[in-house]
Design a protein around this ligand. Sequence first.
Ligand SMILES: CC(C)(COP(=O)(O)OP(=O)(O)OC[C@H]1O[C@@H](n2cnc3c(N)ncnc32)[C@H](O)[C@@H]1OP(=O)(O)O)[C@@H](O)C(=O)NCCC(=O)NCCS
Length: 206
Amino acid sequence: MNIVIADESHFKYAQQICDTIAESAMVRGTGIAKRTPEYIHKKLQNGNAVIALDGDKFAGFCYIEVWGHEKYVANSGLIVHPDYRNQGLAKKIKQKIFELSTSKFPNAKIFGITTGLAVMKINYELGYRPVTFSELTDDPEFWKGCQTCKNFDVLTRTEQKMCLCTGMLYDPNSKEKTANVKKLNGKTFQRLKSIKESIFLKKKAK
Ligand SMILES: CC(C)(COP(=O)(O)OP(=O)(O)OC[C@H]1O[C@@H](n2cnc3c(N)ncnc32)[C@H](O)[C@@H]1OP(=O)(O)O)[C@@H](O)C(=O)NCCC(=O)NCCS
């Protein structure tokens, strides 16, 4: 498996990347920000993406988004092709995109929002910590990405204070050392998720 910083030579994978992201969201029953092959091309051109290839077969992908005039960056669009899941590939891709983010944007806070336990675990081990949405970027362009999510009405109802996703942030100035980081207790996050679902989605059904 080759995990590399992607460039124009990977344009031919853009459609497959978009299709795999869309199909996986359908299977999970979640909404996501829509990505087009043209958008992926820009990420490849700017050297802001990581691709995993098994020979010439597409295996995984992730890219960097820059917000709030480089004060914040997000590592978004993480996808591992179903044939390559549960082998630690997402962890390796996230490690690589994290290194790329910290080298290109050393002063930026790195963040993500997710409902996925796998992503929470990986982020936690990289040194991200759960935070309230008020600690994430207030760049409206970032939050516009949530409009295509099926839970967008929850975010609107709470005036962007919370949603089913958990916000996680890596602060380069934090004194906490990742070397001492314990593994995330997944049960805590599962519980948090089910509490949020029972509050927000029950109200929605009324
Ligand atoms: C989520 C996804 C990226 C994980 O990829 P992967 O290569 O299978 O993940 P890894 O093998 O690196 O696993 C990393 C950790 O997450 C755990 N994990 C993997 N899939 C999981 C799942 N569905 N639920 C809970 N934990 C999971 C693994 O056990 C591992 O934990 P460990 O370190 O305690 O052993 C992949 O399933 C995927 O592409 N899903 C669809 C898209 C998606 O959900 N993207 C994230 C959007 S925020």
